[in-house]
Design a protein around this ligand. Sequence first.
Ligand SMILES: [Cu+2]
Length: 129
Amino acid sequence: MRGSRIAAVALAACALAAIAARAQDAAPAPAVRKITITAKKYEFSPSRIELKVGEPVDITLEPQDATHGFTCKDLGIDKVVVEKGKSETFRVTPQKAGIYEFKCAKWCGFGHGRMKGEIVVTTSEAPRN
Ligand SMILES: [Cu+2]
């Protein structure tokens, strides 16, 4: 019966090691949320994004057909201009709930003035019952 006891101890050790490994996996560094916004004449996609107060987000702008830009001064994004086929990533961490308009920051044609979108910032809600 000695053999089976050793086997049981070994099995328990393996189980503990597996639990420890899983616990490590469950605590990674907090990942920054990523959102890609494509731009083409004359729209952003998505044109509406939702963020949380205090949650950092990396926004990547990817123009598809021409040079386009992105500006949202109320959220501290001054002016980003990116050529077609390239991309640029900028981080935003909203501090206040609200609806913020963003728009193209580079004249891209006659529809440029209507090339807009909105960022909806909400506070983190406590989970409901
Ligand atoms: Cu434009």
